[in-house]
Design a protein around this ligand. Structure first.
Ligand SMILES: O=P(O)(O)OC[C@@]1(O)O[C@H](CO)[C@@H](O)[C@@H]1O
Length: 388
């Protein structure tokens, strides 16, 4: 398949765009929420106030020279510091924003706030909420279904779990109703990639913790139990990112939540706990997971990991942006062409929360546009999109 010509990168400064709204509206709210979420001391509060001032004045400052990753960001951000936040690529600016939040809260510092997740309170509230009780109880009902329906159920559970994204929720106007008909449905391809060959390694590149990670774990259990995967590598973020992105601590918390639950949920939790102990389920938190770069730039060790998998499943909107490239692709551009660089079969499970879209025919986009309600950035629509 010929390589498509790269269209423009999505920048933060396009008037009226989704990206501009994230910089102008979401980021200041988020800094205020972080400031109020934990009892920070004066020096951390001052640092958070400086960050708020920086994003409101819209002048991007570099990391302090003492930051452990100062040099990497200085290189990635060459020519950008001192300029406006909105004038950088959307993906780059958002990544840097989350890095600056961690700097302000002292996450990497030498003081007592080292390693304290600034988004911990919202993640914990969600994980221990009653909505999760209901969703876990649903697993008992699902266990009575026929095998094929169970498979569809675990896949759709993981897919729609992506709506549980606490960064999107900050500026979303209510949880729009989900549209059951998928914009793209390559689920048959996904099952055939898993079932038509001896079980191998599956990489699942996770997105959000809590209400998304729990159904991801249920999917992983399904793959291991049904012999569709011999082993699973669960990729998470090495540090807090995009509010609710899953870290190793969040995986541990989700497994504890599962094992403490009654019925099927508890059984799933017990099996996965054991799988972690034997290495059939491995955790990986590669630094590249929080880099402001698309997957085309992935380092060799990560490439080798994906290359040795019989399937990589990526979760969520941000992973989709990094997989396809955060660009204004004409929606009909084939998914297989833009992901040809990826070192193995890949399937993306995503609810649509940003402008990146490929592999969707003109008729479909025209019909969705004609329906007269926003669909590309609201999280109401979803897709399962892959290539062998
Ligand atoms: O990766 P996720 O959790 O599905 O979505 C991340 C997200 O909330 O962040 C970006 C905007 O800030 C969008 O890509 C998307 O809405």
């Amino acid at each position: 398949m010929p390589e498509p010509t790269n269209p423009p990168v999505i920048m933060g400064n396009v008037p009226g765009s989704y990206a501009l709204g994230v910089f102008r509206d979401r980021h200041p709210i988020l800094v205020r929420q972080v400031r109020d979420a934990l009892p920070y001391p004066p020096d951390r509060l001052r640092a958070l106030d400086r960050l708020l001032d920086e994003v409101v004045r819209d002048v991007m400052e570099p990391l302090p020279a003492s930051a452990h990753d100062h040099d990497a960001w200085a290189e990635w951000g060459r020519g950008r510091f001192g300029g406006r936040w909105v004038d950088v690529p959307f993906l780059w600016g958002e990544s840097y924003f989350y890095r600056k939040v961690l700097e302000a809260t002292g996450y990497f510092g030498d003081g007592p706030w080292r390693g304290v997740d600034p988004f911990g309170p919202v993640k914990q509230a969600e994980l221990h909420g009653t909505a999760v009780d209901d969703e876990l109880a649903g697993l008992d009902r699902a266990a009575t279904l026929a095998q094929e329906e169970q498979a569809t159920g675990v896949l759709l559970g993981s897919l729609w779990g992506n709506r549980a994204d606490l960064s999107h929720a900050i500026t979303a106007t209510g949880e729009g109703e989900r549209v059951a008909e998928l914009v793209v449905d390559d689920s048959a391809l996904l099952w055939s990639l898993l079932g038509d060959r001896p079980a191998g390694k599956v990489c699942l590149v996770a997105d959000n913790a809590g209400r998304e990670l729990l159904p991801d774990l249920v999917l992983i259990d399904h793959l291991l139990e049904r012999g569709l995967a011999a082993e699973v590598v669960l990729h998470v973020k090495p540090q807090p990112y995009f509010v609710s992105d899953a870290t190793p601590a969040d995986v541990a918390a989700a497994l504890r939540r599962l094992t403490a639950a009654p019925g099927q949920a508890g059984k799933v939790g017990g099996r996965l706990w054991q799988a972690m102990g034997t290495g059939r389920l491995a955790l990986r938190a590669h630094p590249f997971a929080c880099a402001p770069l698309p997957y085309t730039d992935m380092p060799d060790d990560l490439r080798a990991d994906f290359a040795s998998a019989s399937l990589t499943i990526t979760k969520g909107d941000l992973n989709y942006r990094r997989l396809a490239g955060d660009r204004f692709w004409p929606p009909a551009t084939p998914f297989a062409a833009v992901t040809a660089y990826f070192p193995g079969p890949v399937v993306a499970l995503r609810t649509l929360k940003s402008d990146v879209l490929v592999g969707v025919g003109e008729r479909t986009t025209a019909a969705l546009d004609a329906a007269g309600r926003p669909w590309r950035t609201t999280g109401t629509h979803a897709m399962i999109q892959g290539r062998p």
